[in-house]
Design a protein around this ligand. Structure first.
Ligand code: 9WO
Length: 252
C-alpha cells in the first residue's frame, strides 16, 4: 500500500509512522508513506501557504494554489489512482469498517490542514471524502492522518503475526478486547485470574470471550446493537451479568 500525505510537517508523519508495527511494515515495503509539503509548491520569496480569511475572524486559511500544485505532483508520482481524504473535525467518523474499506485500496492520498483550515474551493474540487477521528479540534490533521495510516497498515497482509491478528479479531467483530495479564502471577495489586494459569485452553478461550462480551456490555453497550451474537455468546453474557454485573474491577 502507498500512502501520500500532503502536510506542512512531513517529518511529523514520518516520525509518527516510523515505529513498531507500522515502522516494520515500512521497512519491509509492505507500506510506503510519502510526505509532500505544499510549501515546496508555493511561489514568492516567503513561499506563502496561507492568508487571512475573507470576512475577517481569527486564524489563517490555507491557499488553493500551493495545495493544488502539490496535489498535481502527488498524482503524477504514481499511476495508481487514489481517493483524496481530508482529515477534519467535519468529516465522517473513522470506524473499523471504514478502516477495512480503505485498507483494501492500493493507494491513499491524505490531505492535512493547518491553521483554521483550507479554502473551501480546493476542498470542493479535489477532496473525495472527509474523515474525523473524533469530535475535537487538533492543531492540524497530521495526527489524525497518522492514526488512519496505523489502522490501515495493521490490516495489510503480512504485517501482524497470527497471534496479533487474533488479538485484532475481537474489535474486528465489533467487541472490546478482554483484560490481559503477565508476570508476576501474584502481586499486591491482585492475582492473575486462575483460569489463565490453568492451561485449559478451552476454558481460557471461553473466559476471554466472556470478558470481551462483558466489557462491551458494560463500557460500550451501543456496540452490541451492531454485533451478531451466537447463542453461546448470549449465554456467556447473561452469565457475566449475573456473576459480575455490579463489579467494577476486572473479573476473576
Ligand atoms: C482552527 C481555528 C483557529 C481559530 C478559530 C477557529 C479555528 N478552527 C480551527 C480548525 O478547525 N483547524 C483545523 C485544524 C482545520 C483542519 C485541520 N485541523 C484539524 C484537523 N484539527 N483537528 C483536526 C481533526 C482531524 C480529524 N479528526 C479530528 C480532528
Amino acid at each position: 500500500m502507498r500512502v501520500d500525505v500532503l502536510t506542512l510537517f512531513p517529518e511529523l508523519i514520518d516520525q509518527c509512522t516510523g515505529f513498531g508495527v507500522v515502522g516494520r511494515a515500512r521497512e519491509r515495503n509492505i507500506l510506503n508513506v510519502c510526505g509532500w509539503n505544499p510549501r515546496d509548491y508555493a511561489e514568492g520569496g516567503y513561499r506563502r501557504v496561507d492568508d487571512r480569511p475573507f470576512g475577517g475572524g481569527p486564524g489563517m486559511v490555507m491557499l488553493i494554489e500551493p495545495l493544488r500544485k502539490c496535489l498535481q505532483a502527488v498524482r503524477s508520482a504514481d499511476t495508481e489512482p487514489a481517493p483524496v481524504i481530508y482529515l477534519s473535525p467535519q468529516g465522517q467518523p473513522l470506524t473499523q469498517a471504514k478502516v477495512r474499506e480503505l485498507a483494501e485500496r492500493r493507494r491513499l492520498i491524505l490531505l492535512c490542514g493547518r491553521y483554521e483550515g483550507i479554502d473551501e474551493r480546493l476542498l470542493a474540487a479535489e477532496v473525495d471524502e472527509e474523515i474525523s477521528i473524533g469530535d475535537y479540534v487538533l492543531s492540524g490533521g497530521e495526527l489524525a492522518a497518522a492514526v488512519l495510516v496505523d489502522a490501515v497498515a495493521r490490516l495489510q497482509e503480512g504485517v501482524l503475526s497470527d497471534a496479533e491478528s487474533a488479538m485484532q479479531d475481537s474489535f474486528e467483530e465489533g467487541l472490546l478486547d478482554c483484560p490481559h495479564y503477565t508476570q508476576p502471577a501474584a502481586h499486591a495489586l491482585g492475582d492473575v485470574p486462575e483460569v489463565l494459569r490453568s492451561g485449559n485452553h478451552a476454558a481460557i478461550a471461553r473466559w476471554r470471550r466472556q470478558q470481551s462480551l462483558g466489557r462491551t456490555w458494560r463500557r460500550r453497550p451501543d456496540l452490541l446493537d451492531t454485533v451478531t451474537l451466537s447463542s453461546l455468546d448470549r449465554r456467556l453474557l447473561e452469565e457475566f451479568k449475573v456473576q459480575y454485573g455490579s463489579e467494577t474491577t476486572p473479573e476473576t
